[in-house]
Design a protein around this ligand. Structure first.
Ligand SMILES: Nc1ncnc2c1ncn2[C@@H]1O[C@H](COP(=O)(O)OP(=O)(O)OP(=O)(O)O)[C@@H](O)[C@H]1O
Length: 255
């Protein structure tokens, strides 16, 4: 589904990704973990075809970047990130913002087809946002914007859903609601790649972890093999205690 082979990325004489090899197969749901500045977002931008490796190659959904039409591949990937959010226009009504997702555009410059408007409003209903459908995006709270971004992305019926810290800024209730939604996405056959700083967001649905450290893959594989106290303590340079409860890892800092 997603393969990065010997990927290096150099910018302004900085070696940002160093010989990254990752293979994410269909049916696996991945979490990407790592410290600030370790290269997680850079990897996501590459999977989305927004950045190209200095050397190495990337294959997504059977298409090799450099040979395939990146825009075609991108239509099959849903990408939720702060940088995507910032590209949207805050004064546009919410239903319109959501409707743009179906066409992979940022704004409408002509009247929107009635059927598309209906689909966008139905999608908002499913995400508990129908009361806000006619409000400008800018009036929504952070949590509502996150849900709106997910609704917008699902309009394109992506095969892969890539999320860069989607729960940042959400309260406990909103976070749990957001995480719960992933269950139905997986049931629809969607594969998820999820970047977070918070281990407790690794709900049972996730099967694999890629641990990125200083631009390298420090470890990648089934989550229980990858997430060990020793490894997390070493990478974050903080002694930790890791407990699995209800299928989720919980982290405590050792005194
Ligand atoms: N275009 C660029 N030019 C120069 N440096 C860059 C560029 N893009 C990213 N970097 C640097 O590469 C490193 C990795 O950045 P990246 O955003 O991928 O990290 P991250 O793991 O997502 O971090 P965070 O958890 O803080 O979001 C950072 O040190 C960043 O400053």
């Amino acid at each position: 589904m997603i393969t990065l082979t010997n990927v290096n990325f150099v910018r302004e004489r900085r070696h940002i990704l160093k010989d990254v090899n990752l293979r994410m197969n269909r049916g696996e749901q991945w979490v990407v973990l790592g410290r600030n500045g370790s290269g997680k977002t850079t990897i996501l931008e590459m999977i989305n075809g927004y950045l190209f490796p200095t050397s190495g190659h990337i294959e997504v959904l059977g298409e090799r970047y450099g040979e395939a039409d990146v825009r075609e591949v991108r239509r099959r990937i849903g990408y939720i990130s702060q940088s995507m959010m910032e590209k949207l226009t805050l004064r546009d009504p919410l239903w319109e913002v959501v409707a743009t997702g179906a066409l992979g555009i940022l704004r409408f410059y002509e009247p929107v087809a009635a059927q598309l408007e209906e689909e966008a409003r139905a999608m908002l209903e499913r995400h508990g946002l129908s009361a806000m459908a006619d409000q400008p995006l800018g009036l929504l709270s952070q949590g509502e914007r996150k849900k709106a971004m997910l609704a917008r992305t699902l309009m394109q019926r992506p095969e892969i859903l890539i999320l860069d810290e989607p729960c940042a800024g959400l309260d406990l209730y909103e976070r749990e609601q957001f995480l719960r939604m992933f269950g139905s996405l997986k049931d629809q056959g969607m594969s998820i790649v999820y970047v977070t700083h918070h281990l407790e967001e690794i709900i049972p649905l996730f099967t694999h972890i890629a641990l990125i450290h200083e631009g390298r893959v420090a470890a990648a594989g089934p989550k229980t093999e990858i997430l060990t106290e020793e490894r997390i303590g070493r990478i974050y340079d903080v002694p930790v205690r890791l407990d699995w409860q209800d299928g989720r890892p919980w982290l405590q800092v050792r005194a």
